[in-house]
Design a protein around this ligand. Structure first.
Ligand code: 13P
Length: 335
């Protein structure tokens, strides 16, 4: 078990965080089309390889979450997992098969993928993965999330985590309370605390070793269509309040998702959290959009300019890494 703890710490210590590049083919196709490019296995590989071979990998990125397609791909006859390891990061894999309509609460989702998971995990381990990800999603509205959504998603996250640990891999436990809606940050704090507590109840039932997991939560923010404006200081205070009261002390690391924040907001808020962090938890990033957005936009128009794409990605990775140490500033951001 201490091996799992070592993996979690290797991925998240010393200002390192996680590059979430595990968009499903459907999601990645949407992202590519939104910047005016069509989507093919070769294009998805070319863009992702430019990130995985960037100069900032060694210093800033402790782990890369891959999608099934990518972990099986090679670039110039080298396995993608080897390219990532050679750049100092551990390869990880998304193992859920997506969020589907929850029966008897059809506005909500339940994440699927438990059937056959033990066998799939064995294969992913052989392909080089040393950590895994499973995401549960929750909406906030007057009646949601329902108890059913909280209980079923927590149960699935815990059964997945037990199987991931059995296979020698660290599970990332990702209960994402979505930013969509006009709810207040206070609502987000209340619901996120309930959702996280429920996850830890189920992790406990399933005898998951908490020293060998990484929690990937949302920050505490007002809904994206609410008028509430909060300073980064208040966001950090509320996020810490939520996590200190709902996450057991044994958990080594918390790696936030960006969840629709802009690149700069995601760095700034993580920085404020780390400046105030008086808990035992390492607090870092596991960003998808907030690490890739600008790089993808540039790459779409300049697909042969790998250096230009990497320069943009390196800046974002550096900003997130500084934020993971509480050393980010607006001046460095603008340089
Ligand atoms: P975002 O940082 O874009 O929210 O993605 C993180 C992620 O892995 C979602 O599952």
């Amino acid at each position: 078990m201490s091996e799992l703890n070592n993996i979690a710490l290797k991925i998240t210590s010393n200002g390192k965080g996680i590059l979430a590049a595990d968009e499903s083919t459907a999601t990645m196709t949407k992202r590519l089309e939104s910047v005016g490019t069509d989507s093919s296995p070769e294009k998805r590989l070319k863009f992702r390889h430019s990130l995985f071979s960037s100069g900032s990998m060694k210093k800033c990125i402790g782990g890369v979450i891959l999608y099934d397609e990518t972990i099986r791909q090679e670039y110039n006859s080298r396995k993608i997992s080897e390219i990532i390891s050679a750049n100092g990061a551990l390869p990880g894999i998304k193992v859920d098969t997506g969020a589907k309509t929850l029966a008897n609460s059809s506005d909500e989702k339940i994440t699927e993928g438990l059937d056959g998971l033990r066998e799939r995990l064995k294969e992913y381990y052989k392909l080089g993965a040393r950590f895994t990800k499973w995401r549960g999603v929750y909406i906030i509205s007057k009646e949601y999330p329902s108890d059913l959504a909280k209980t079923s998603n927590a149960h699935a996250l815990a059964r997945y985590s037990a199987l991931a640990q059995e296979s020698g891999m660290v599970p990332i436990v990702e209960p994402e309370v979505l930013m969509d809606g006009d709810h207040s940050a206070e609502d987000c704090l209340k619901i996120t605390s309930e959702v996280i507590k429920k996850c830890f109840d189920e992790l406990d039932h399933n005898k998951v070793d908490l020293k060998g997991i990484i929690l990937k939560p949302n920050m505490i923010l007002p809904g994206s269509s609410s008028n509430q404006k909060l300073s980064t200081q208040v966001i950090a205070e509320m996020t810490l309040e939520c996590l200190k009261k709902s996450v057991p002390n044994e958990v080594p690391s918390i790696a936030f998702l960006s969840g629709g924040q802009s690149e700069e907001e995601a760095a700034k808020n993580l920085n404020s959290i780390n400046k105030l962090n008086d808990s035992n938890f390492l607090m870092t990033f596991s960003y998808g959009r907030a690490l890739q957005q600008s790089a993808l936009k540039y790459w779409a128009k300049n697909q042969e300019d790998i250096n230009g794409t990497q320069k943009i990605f390196n800046h974002r990775a550096n900003m997130c890494s500084l934020a993971a140490k509480g050393n980010w500033t607006e001046d460095i951001e603008k340089k």
